[in-house]
Design a protein around this ligand. Structure first.
Ligand SMILES: *Cc1c(COP(=O)(O)O)cnc(C)c1O
Length: 457
């Protein structure tokens, strides 16, 4: 295989100084081609009064959820936390060894969020959410976690801002990923397997099956019930909502500076999508350019075939959780009752996606694609050998797409610039890699999708 010249030292890593960490978040809401439909109250079918949402979320976060300001200032306390605790700015690398191996004319860059204390991008919103809740006098944050990435991030942020954290962790992960639970408890959080006997929702599912494996949707229902029973508690969500995606734009705003430093502008940007927060954080500052007509960049959103909300879902109002406690949200969904198969990319096992991302897909600005987990793990294991970083199984979806697009560029003889978000490392996901190496991974191709029985309104 012909080899490219080895890139000179220093051109494979693009670093920023802490001074370069953004001072504002980018809010895509005013730039979208159409407004985001409001969340609906399932009982009345009418838009939910934002003031009602303040029983669940800090007031500042509810304001951000509907803000039409294109840039929102990052409070200095949050920016300081992102730098001194969250380890921002994070590096951007050029995947020279992967380029050489693929023998592609494409240049491949990746932003690496695995250097944060809990190993993924999720700390970026966790710190902001802990800060706003603390400043509004809230004493405890309650949340759910699947793989444990979000629970760990919120637990860490709770430790930093001295606010209590309680996590409902899906029982299957609680058993399979004991290290994530340990990490959360190390940060001082309380962790319960979900379904639990602490809530009526949990007891209902436990009655069905005492060893119920749980799901993100059930854990969300439990967390919300918990919050509604305690005036001093608020709920915290790690993805999907506008304010969460907003907080993640530090990733893309940094990447923009780093790619400038590299002397390139991306032709293709890629991210994995669970609820859409790392994808949005990485791409929305660049999608802004495309919406303003100043770029033609392609944006590729990658999901698992086992949880195909973007590629096989419908765009409709659906519940955010399984038990139907949340307002109805207009999004691409496979149906809140869909039982997502137990793939290892647990962070991508969600039935819906962010409303803003749904609109961008409808307008063909974002192109969704889906892969099976075996091909994703194969790409990730190649990446590990060549680049030295073990991708989180979620992030590995973006790695797979980057490799495929680099091979396509080779076929077409095009010198495209590809940038993807490596949203986290996979050091606590080695069980999935074990099964991949043992040839024991299962691929799931669900039939009869979407499942959508309970029509709203
Ligand atoms: C949670 C998670 C995801 C998926 O969530 P998004 O909100 O879509 O970003 C992706 N990668 C990693 C490493 C995660 O922890």
């Amino acid at each position: 295989m012909a080899r490219r010249d080895v890139a000179p030292m220093g051109l494979t890593r693009f670093d920023l100084s802490p001074n370069d960490v953004p001072t504002s978040w980018y809010n895509i809401l005013p730039d979208l081609p159409e407004p985001v439909p409001p969340p609906l109250d399932p009982k009345t079918g009418k838009p939910v009064d934002p003031n009602v949402l303040t029983r669940l979320f800090a007031k500042a976060l509810v304001q951000q959820e509907i803000s039409m300001e294109p840039y929102i200032q990052i409070p200095p306390e949050v920016r300081k936390a992102l730098i001194e605790f969250g380890r921002r700015p994070t590096p951007l690398f050029r995947a020279v060894n992967l380029e050489r191996y693929l023998n592609t004319p494409a240049e491949i860059y990746y932003k690496y969020e695995g250097v944060t204390p809990t190993g993924s991008h999720k700390i970026n919103t966790a710190l902001a959410q802990a800060y706003y809740n603390k400043s509004e006098g809230i004493e405890r944050l309650v949340t759910e976690t699947g793989a444990g990435q979000w629970g760990s991030a919120l637990a860490a942020a709770g430790a930093y801002f001295s606010i209590k954290v309680r996590v409902y962790m899906t029982r299957s992960s609680y058993k399979q990923k004991p290290y994530r639970r340990t990490l959360m408890e190390l940060f001082g959080a309380e962790v319960y397997p979900s379904p639990s006997d602490r809530t009526s929702v949990g007891r209902r599912f436990l009655k069905e099956d005492p060893e119920h494996p749980g799901s993100l949707g059930i854990a969300i229902s439990e967390a919300i019930e918990d919050v509604l029973g305690d005036e001093k508690a608020r709920y915290s969500l790690g993805s999907v909502l506008n304010h969460v995606l907003l907080h993640q734009t530090v990733v893309g705003l940094e990447a923009r500076k780093q790619l400038e430093e590299a002397g390139v502008y991306p032709d293709i940007m890629i991210g994995a999508v669970g609820g859409g927060s790392n994808f949005a954080g990485f791409t929305y500052p660049f999608i802004r350019d495309r919406l303003k007509g100043s770029s033609n960049t392609r944006f590729i959103a990658v999901e698992p075939k086992a949880s195909p909300s973007m590629t096989r879902g419908v765009y409709t109002y659906d519940y955010g959780d399984t038990a139907g406690l949340t307002p109805l949200i207009k999004m691409h969904t496979v149906g809140h009752e869909y039982k997502v198969p137990p793939i290892h990319a647990a962070g991508l096992r969600y039935h819906g996606i962010a409303p803003t991302l749904s609109i961008l897909i409808n307008h063909k600005i974002v192109e969704p694609i889906a892969y099976h987990q075996t091909e994703v793990f194969a790409a990730a294991s190649l990446f590990t050998k060549l680049e030295g970083i073990v991708p989180a199984p979620e992030s590995a979806h973006a790695v797979k797409a980057a490799i495929d697009l680099a091979l396509k560029a080779k076929e077409e003889g095009k010198r495209v610039v590809i940038a993807f978000n490596l949203s986290g490392h996979g050091f606590l996901d080695l069980q999935g890699y074990r099964e991949y190496l043992d040839g024991a991974l299962e691929d799931y191709e669900p039939r009869d999708l979407p499942i959508y029985r309970s029509k709203p309104g």
